[in-house]
Unconditional design. Sequence first.
Length: 331
Amino acid sequence: MKTILQFGVPREVAVLLLLLYCLAAADGRAADSVAVPPEASAAEATLSQARLSLAEARKAQSDPRTAVGHYLDAADASVRSVGVSSGNGMTEEARSIYDAASQEVAVLLRSSTELWNRTETIPSHGGIYRLHFAAGSKKEVTWDPGYFDFLRTPRQVNEKVAHQETRIDDWGGVLVGVYKPSDPRKYFLPLVGLAVPVTAALDFTPSASRAGRVRDATLALYDPTRRSTVRVAGAQRPLAADFGAPLAYYPEPGLLLGFMVMIRPENYENRAGLYMLEPYDSDRIPVILIHGLTSIPQMWVPTVSAIESDPELRGRYQFWVFSYPTGDPTS
């Protein structure tokens, strides 16, 4: 005789399990279809436009005017995305795009004599920009664009000398501005010219005189040693800076130069003298740095970087260095 064992569940339990399964499935579908808040969707779309414009600008370097239009679109879109975004992650990406666009467009514009330091009409996918350059101003703490012979990014200088702690990653494109007259020593400047910290920032306003899609864009070159904020997206925001990059612009002397200057002083006497590391400013306290035996002026780079990086000391002093061949008698 066969014994058959049957396993099952009461009908009521089965119905309950089926009901729970249906509710779980419906909840899963509801979670998948949660609506994105309209402002987040708008911010992401605008930020996506900024990404695309920055990529297009980097592809169009052979056509400066076209590239400038893409850079302005990228910076403009990144600023507008901040105005409608509430997420920190999205704001950080917008800042990164804005900084890159401001930095790269400033270098590109300075390399073009036809576009630098003059009002220009720039076409773009987003419309038309009327590009202006902020004049040098002691009140606004902006550099005169005509002062610089060229601009460099921190990556374009000798980064081995720069220090990470001298950088402030905030709003604006960090640059090294170089002034190089035909006879630098006449003005007590290094032979390779004078390098100073610069932070480029773009500001956008609707044009009041023209309707449609024309916008005024202004490029300002700020002195971060004397200013710590910039107005972006309708609010005052911390200004980016790199205080080590200008010092890194100067040639790397090598480990043996100090020793060679000591044992062969006659070969280096033409380098002796006082050198200014920034434009003369009657409002700053002069500090003259003099090196010792078997040493050279570059030994002061970490000291100057540390002082300029300190918010309590920054902008209060102007540094000069005195160079001399240490093998010569001092009397």
